[in-house]
Write a protein of this length. Sequence first.
Length: 91
Amino acid sequence: MYQIETTSTFDKDIKKLNRQIAKRIIEKIEWLARHPELLHSSIKHMPKDLEGLQKYRVGDWRVLFWVDHQNKEIILYGADHRGAIYKKLKR
């Protein structure tokens, strides 16, 4: 099982969400931590500082994260509605 780490951006995002949605997202992330073989494809065309960022869909919501297979970690970057999450990356 992989360890789950969060960034301050993710912490802020998850606190803004409805409690039920946040719970669904956390449950999916915990499931991914138990199934790391599914974590392998990065988002294309990312800025240098976000290289290797991956996404996971939870209904209409997206979770952005990095995976460090060597240290067995999932580092959570952000979570938001699918229409808003990618706008954050363009800042």
